[in-house]
Design a protein around this ligand. Sequence first.
Ligand code: TEU
Ligand code: CA
Length: 557
Amino acid sequence: ASDLDWWKTALIYQIYPRSFKDSNGDGTGDLNGITEKLPYLHDTGIDAIWLSPIYRSPNYDSGYDITDYRSIQEEYGTMEDFERLLNVSRSLGIRVVLDFVPNHTGNESEWFNRSIAGEAPYNEYYVWADGLNATYDNGTVYTKPPSNWISNFRKSAWEFNEVRGQYYLHQFVIGQPDLNYRSNYVQEAMKNVLRFWLDKGVSGFRVDAVNKLYEADPNNYGGVYPDEPLSGAANAGPDDYEYLSHIYTENLLETYDVVYSWRDVLDEYITSQGEYKIMMTEAYAALQLMIRYYGTSTRNGSIPFNFSFLGDINKNSTAWEIKTVIDRWMTYMPSGRVANWVIGNHDQSRVANRQGVDRIDAMNMLALILPGVTITYQGEEIGMEDGYVSWNDTQDPQACNTDDPINYYLHSRDPNRTPYQWDSTAHAGFSNTTGSTWLPVADNYLTLNLAAQIANPKSHYHFYKDVVTNRKSPAIQEGDLDTRALSESILVVTRLLPGEAGMLGVVNLASEAQTIDLTSLRLLPSDLEVVASGVNCALEKNATLTKSSIPVSGHCA
Ligand code: TEU
Ligand code: CA
């Protein structure tokens, strides 16, 4: 695809830098490790890499608490290392997309420290508020937070700062103070962060937690931050995020204009760099709210991540249900916009755990043959599984903040962030440290690793790579989409383009082999080609369909 159109069908590989490849033996992944593995990514056929945050950070939230947006995390390397990564990527035809974290900085940032000190204009960079006076039953007066808001990672979203004598808002951990988007200074400062990296030649951004940018404006509520109503969610305690309905802290309408204004910044670079810059926004929200990120009839926006494969499909989903999930997005998406498919990320259980090992190939295939952008989270191409991380080894604040050494794992994102399993050597080839790796390597690495899968033609990796090769066909790049559930267990996806070989993907969710009657589909040109079928083994690849039916293997026993 051309430099202006590449993003419309980009296969983007999400790299979690801490866990991808450690080049200097300190047990933590780094930029030179990524550069070292670029030839592998090129050989796999991906178009771009998205790097989870690589900026300086004390790691209260694994790098999403940023000290300086224009710096490189020391344990990951230097700015020169980054520029080398960019150059090597470019020489291989791989574009680099960065993580842009606009909702909050880290609490070690200079902006925050100047804000604490009350220095203009930083004084208004964050969401500061006075505490409220309250009285205990015994008559003692005390101060309580400005509202009942709860952090995504449990407990009050307000933290008192002694020096400034006020509370600041943090929708995530205490070390992630929320920026104040009602300040024009913040709006401009963040646009300049985008420009800093665009000037270096990055190809766009994944935008973090964008639906948290704005909170209710006290000016509209008699000068106070309004309390959020109880959600009524079962099993949610008063410290849990799910305890409240987030009507004042999520998806406020002001958000969209900011996203559209970032699009304008990115578009400044189309002429100067001759390349379209992608923007993908992360917002877990209702479909109608996500769709608005695309833009309006007069303004362009971003590509909202489509998280429905993560949230709305499980181990028991039928072919009909999966079809519904696909069709829903395609129906709601405004015409002329680009879809996006996500089957995993660093915040969610692995596909192997969420949808089951039998469905790894099916999910990879769907994500790769549907129209639009697709994201592969590192390790999904080999079907990595959630690793075991003990309470003592736990890093994720979402788990630590439960203070519960027994049930913490229900909230932990560490299991899906364990180091990439390259081979069967020590630390799975991720690191040659003599100590320990930042998170333990999953103990199945001796058998589940890339090297073993490269050696096995029936592996997840070879299946993935074959579909990636097929993805480059005109039919998958541009063809029309048709989805059909022939039964509870057979899902058929076709991509047809007049004058080109069509592409057909069949998912068999049953454990036994089945034969499907293609004539019943009534859409088969004689040159339709099978991309892949079956689940996990015995794939019917590249068979030209001159016959009226094809056998579809069941998943591996
Ligand atoms: O996640 C945003 C977000 O909404 C998360 O709370 C998500 O719902 C949760 O992790 C699911 O378990 C983004 C990043 O992807 C995440 O890693 C960060 O922790 C978070 O923002 C704060 O920056
Ligand atoms: Ca916010």
